[in-house]
Design a protein around this ligand. Structure first.
Ligand SMILES: C[C@H]1O[C@@H](n2cnc3c(N)ncnc32)[C@H](O)[C@@H]1O
Ligand SMILES: [Zn+2]
Length: 432
């Protein structure tokens, strides 16, 4: 007896050797996909009839600061440096464990609702992020965000905290939580510190999550201080490799693109955040043409201002088309690959594809809607017409976290009420 069977679905497997299955069935056992095809001999305790819906791998958000969801809409319409230094960082100094827990629970709720099965995170009070992820049932690659600003004492303290987090949480929550090191960026972390972080990460056998060349200001800073851009600077200290998840990568030269591709670096493209902060446009199509692994992220809710990966896919496609003045770049299927297969590769998880032996991390999208009718091409609708609100069921590690629009792993109203209360307390503290 299997745990669950989903039948009568249009299955977008994202498995290149199989393609789509028009009327398919998936069998789930022990958190994994046991069988996928057009029929099965298995029976299961739970059977979901997905007639008229699309079953697909859940989306993977590869760059987030989930706790920042408590700051949704708090400081809009500013330059990144002003936004961070004069608004976000002072406000973050006021955050308590409880605020981060409430913000992350809200983020998990929104992600489960909008079809995200896993996310990569870099933030503070990360123990609370891990606790919220554990309870919400979602999958995540978590890191404590470290900044030393060239201060040796601060560097020691940050690395100690990052390291303690890695050791405490790696592989926890039935294997749903992976940990990473999270040095913030090459212009906020010193050269020595970045070298130490890389050594420690290699020793601990975990990956590294970092912001890279998000702004022109970072490019100028690196050139002035080191005579080279962040990509060459990080190459110089042997930082690059397939263990690196680099967020943004907006200000790249053609030579930089070759380096990132050559070293197998994973690049998290965050179109909404880059547009909102007017950071610039990541050369995604050039990166992909050069063989780099580009995935998609939302960034935090104070620069987006939501965690809807469907919206992020659409923006990734449209932004690349208009910036290259070429409507043929980033077609729908390619964008879906970025949000599933490429994201899974970046995080090193066996998700992002519906295939035997892979994690049972999948979503059901209801296509019986006016704005999704008629259907000529399912992939087109998922990228250009659908939104996270069309997701009706979300399954992670074989557990149903949302079914037919009802979230089962969290008390939705309680999560919302607590987030509102914390935000009210927080704004009083910040204004005092
Ligand atoms: C982990 C740290 O990263 C900060 N952070 C959040 N969004 C961005 C961004 N777009 N660029 C750089 N840093 C950011 C958080 O505010 C936190 O301080
Ligand atoms: Zn970020």
């Amino acid at each position: 007896m299997a745990d669950m069977i989903i039948k009568n679905a249009y299955i977008l497997t994202m498995d290149p050797s199989v393609g789509d299955i028009e009327n398919g069935v998936v069998v789930i056992e022990n958190g994994m996909i046991k069988e996928i095809g057009t029929s099965t001999q298995c029976s299961a305790e739970k059977v979901i009839d997905a007639k008229g819906s699309v079953l697909m791998p859940g989306l993977i958000n590869t760059h987030c600061h989930a706790g920042m969801t408590i700051f949704r809409g708090y400081a809009d319409d500013m330059q990144l440096q002003d936004w961070l230094e004069n608004h976000i960082w002072p406000a973050e100094a006021q955050l308590t464990d409880e605020d981060i827990y409430a913000g992350t629970r809200l983020a998990c709720l929104e992600m489960i609702r909008s079809g995200t099965i896993a996310f990569a995170d870099m933030y503070i009070h990360e123990n609370k992020v891990a606790q919220a992820v554990d309870e919400a049932g979602i999958r995540a690659a978590l890191s404590y965000g470290m900044i030393d600003f060239g201060d040796k004492e601060k560097a020691d303290k940050e690395l100690k905290e990052g390291s303690a987090f890695v050791k405490e949480w790696n592989g926890k929550a039935d294997g749903r939580i992976d940990t990473m090191y999270g040095p913030h960026a090459p212009n906020t972390c010193s050269r020595d510190f970045l070298i130490r972080v890389k050594e420690q990460a290699v020793k601990d056998n975990v990956k590294i999550h970092i912001h890279v060349l998000e702004t022109e200001a970072e490019l100028n800073y690196m050139k002035e201080n080191f005579g080279m851009c962040s990509i060459h600077f990080l190459k110089d200290i042997d930082f690059w490799g397939p263990d690196i998840l680099a967020a943004h990568c907006v200000w790249l030269s053609d030579g930089d693109i070759k380096i990132l591709a050559e070293y197998g670096v994973n690049i998290s493209h965050n179109p909404n955040s880059n547009m909102k902060l007017a950071s610039g446009i990541c050369p995604v199509s050039k990166l992909l043409d050069n063989g780099a692994n580009v995935c998609i992220g939302t960034d935090g809710c104070a620069s987006n201002n939501n965690l809807d990966m469907f919206e992020e896919m659409r923006m990734a496609a449209l932004l690349q088309k208009v910036s290259t003045m070429d409507p043929t770049v980033l077609p729908a299927r390619k964008v879906l690959e970025m949000a599933t297969i490429n994201g899974a590769k970046a995080l090193g998880i066996k998700s992002g594809m519906l295939k035997e032996g892979y994690n049972a991390d999948m979503i059901i999208v209801d296509m019986n809607k006016a704005h999704l009718t008629p259907v000529y091409d399912v992939a087109s609708h998922l990228v250009y017409a659908a939104s996270g609100k069309d997701v009706e069921t979300t399954i992670v590690n074989g557990k149903v976290l949302m079914e037919e629009g009802k979230v089962l792993s969290l008390d939705e109203q309680e999560v919302i009420d607590i987030a509102i209360q914390r935000s009210k307390d927080l704004i009083l503290k910040i204004n005092n």
